[in-house]
Design a binder for this molecule. Structure first.
Ligand SMILES: Nc1nc2c(ncn2[C@@H]2O[C@H](COP(=O)(O)OP(=O)(O)O)[C@@H](O)[C@H]2O)c(=O)[nH]1
Ligand SMILES: [Mg+2]
Length: 356
């Protein structure tokens, strides 16, 4: 899974990137990164359940992976830059770092600090990139349709027109309710306003309370949370006891550490869940969509397993840990036999049976 961090210069993107990846990229008041520059790191998705399972069964844990991309300068609109747009297109989810702290020494491109304004400004940018793409595609389709008759192309043109109207009404594409055939058509376009979006307001102790008013739990694949990048980085260097003391002093008693909570929040936003498999050599976590079938889950592992699918033997991770393996689970009647259409639940262990 790829998550791309973008936002105005010096909003705290690289600070978050370092916090999440353990990298040590330069965080600077004055850096003038270009839109061509970016940082990339692949990290394990922390999962305490897998850690416990692997330990109990004495196998190495193989965690799911997240790739973080930390973009340089914003380059929408006139100065539209292909490297930058490509980093956004590649993402499964977008993280918009929003300036929420005051600091005279650190310039903010739009002038004043106003998180609500910046959140809607960036959403506008995403929509406008999509709008331009859709217009281009529609023109192309219209000219092709003059030459050849094609149901496929005319269906696509219909969809492009609908999406264009939708954007003109001011709505991002992630709010559009795609029919199954439309979803297939749209997949290749990598529209930006279709991607799940996490707005992360980077506040300090003075603006924290104010920024919290903009906090919004996940709704239609968009959420807004408050991050205190600089303070969190400092606090993480302290012992837990001191940490709580300082948190209180800063007025951040209820603060949620992003280093700890970011992945969980992203998974929820993107409607992702994990299931586990136990092999001879490893215990492994897999990431799938929250509404995917056992058949699709099997395909994630190997097409052979999917093609020869017989059934999935399924058990909750905690039960598995407690009974100590497949055989005792079977004896106790805790192992369920599920078919192709079974919807996999978060935290299940699945052993696939298939024809070779
Ligand atoms: N005062 C203050 N400065 C911050 C905060 N978060 C980040 N900064 C500073 O903002 C500058 C830019 O941060 P950086 O992560 O490099 O921003 P980027 O350009 O978005 O990658 C650095 O000097 C940070 O120390 C904050 O919450 N408060
Ligand atoms: Mg940076």
């Amino acid at each position: 899974m790829i998550l791309t961090i973008f936002g105005y210069p010096k909003s705290g993107k690289t600070l978050l990137f370092n916090l999440l990846t353990g990298e040590n990229e330069e965080v600077s008041k004055f850096s003038t990164s270009s839109a061509h520059e970016y940082h990339k790191a692949v990290v394990d998705v922390p999962d305490e359940r897998l850690t416990q399972l692997a330990k109990k069964f004495d196998l190495p844990p193989i965690y799911a992976k997240i790739e973080y991309l930390d973009t340089g300068a914003v380059a929408f609109g006139e100065s539209k830059n292909e490297t930058f747009i490509d980093l956004l297109r590649r993402a499964d989810g977008l993280v918009h770092m929003v300036r929420g702290f005051a600091d005279q020494e650190i310039a903010h491109l739009p002038g004043s600090v106003d998180p609500a304004r910046d959140i809607s400004a960036m959403e506008e940018e995403l929509k406008s990139v999509d709008f331009i793409g859709i217009e281009k595609r529609a023109q192309r389709l219209e000219s092709d349709l003059k030459k050849i008759k094609s149901k496929e192309l005319s269906d696509e043109l219909d969809l492009m027109k609908k999406l264009k109207t939708f954007l003109e009404e001011g709505k991002p594409l992630r709010e559009y309710e795609f029919k199954a055939n439309e979803e297939l058509l749209v997949r290749g376009f990598k529209f930006l306003s279709l991607k799940p979006l996490l707005n992360l307001i980077n506040a300090d102790e003075d603006s924290y309370e104010q920024c919290l008013k903009l906090k919004q739990e996940e709704e239609k694949h968009r959420a807004t949370f408050v991050f205190c990048g600089k303070i969190e980085t400092e606090l993480l260097e302290l012992e837990e006891e001191d940490r709580l003391l300082f948190q209180e002093e800063y007025g951040l008693k209820s603060y949620e550490y992003m280093q700890e909570n970011f992945v969980k929040k992203s998974y929820r936003l993107m409607n992702l869940i994990s299931f586990f498999t136990m092999g001879k050599k490893e215990f492994k976590a897999w990431t799938i969509n929250g509404s995917e079938t056992a058949y699709r889950a099997a395909g994630k592992i190997h097409t052979d397993i999917q093609d020869g699918f017989i059934r999935g033997e399924t058990i909750n991770w905690k039960d598995f840990l407690e009974v100590g393996g497949f055989s005792p689970a079977k004896e106790k009647g805790l192992l369920r036999l599920e078919g192709k259409e079974y919807i996999v639940k978060d935290g299940e262990i699945i052993q696939f049976r298939f024809n070779k």
